[in-house]
Design a protein around this ligand. Structure first.
Ligand code: AMP
Length: 207
């Protein structure tokens, strides 16, 4: 079994980008509840229809729903994994403890104004979930995913109004996890502002 990692941090702190690098470099499986939920919304499943009502407002989907999604996936993984966007509440973290033994929690620290700028200029791939930024990490060809060639899109929750709501939700619900994992002695704080490769090197050095 490889590393079992949680990437913690507000929306836009670079969790998806760094999880993708951990996947490319170390073969860790990236588990993103946001990606799983967006797929369900696209497929118009019952889960998707329910989740959409929360996601459109920038609110959290109920704990039992996301806990079920992650538990089902984690139990089949043998390579090691990186959790991106889960857990987001203390209840989710408590549930996770019952079915996974986490070794490292990496907290990516970025200030709010930078997050708003990053998220509103973010473009995402609907097929392979790679993320780009119009200024810091533009795709090689305008509007096209470097990895799989699909047309990039702007997530409906990456508008300024919804981003600000998501940042408040983060502060109220997810921020307490920094102390939660700090107390367990498995938390590392990493400055999430700056060069993507340098941030990755800092993460790798902490493992
Ligand atoms: P993300 O792609 O991680 O930014 O997630 C997008 C949206 O999906 C969030 O704003 C929530 O509505 C929902 N979501 C993703 N992960 C979780 C989670 N662990 N708990 C509750 N809601 C989640």
């Amino acid at each position: 079994m490889g590393f079992r990692i949680i990437l913690l941090g507000p929306p836009g702190s670079g969790k998806g980008t760094q999880a993708e690098k951990l996947n490319d470099d170390l073969g860790l499986i990236r588990l993103s509840t946001g990606d799983m939920l967006r797929e369900a919304v696209r497929d118009q499943t019952e889960l998707g229809k329910m989740a959409k009502q929360y996601m459109d407002k920038g609110a959290l989907v109920p704990d039992d729903v996301v806990i079920g999604l992650i538990e089902e996936k984690i139990l089949h993984i043998k390579e090691g994994f990186v959790l991106d966007g889960f857990p987001r509440t203390v209840q989710q973290a408590d549930a996770l403890r019952k079915f996974a033994d986490i070794e490292h929690v990496i907290n990516l620290d970025v200030d709010d104004e930078e997050l708003v700028s990053r998220l509103t200029k973010r473009r995402s791939c609907p097929d392979c979930n790679v993320v780009f930024h119009l200024i810091y990490k533009p795709p090689m060809k305008d509007g096209v995913c470097d990895k799989c060639g699909a047309a990039l899109y702007q997530r409906s929750d990456d508008t300024e109004e919804t981003v600000r709501a998501r940042l408040k939700v983060y502060r109220d619900n997810t921020f307490p996890l920094i102390e939660y994992y700090g107390k367990q002695g498995i938390l590392v704080n990493i400055d999430g502002k700056g060069n993507i490769n340098e941030i990755y090197e800092a993460i790798e050095a902490s493992l």
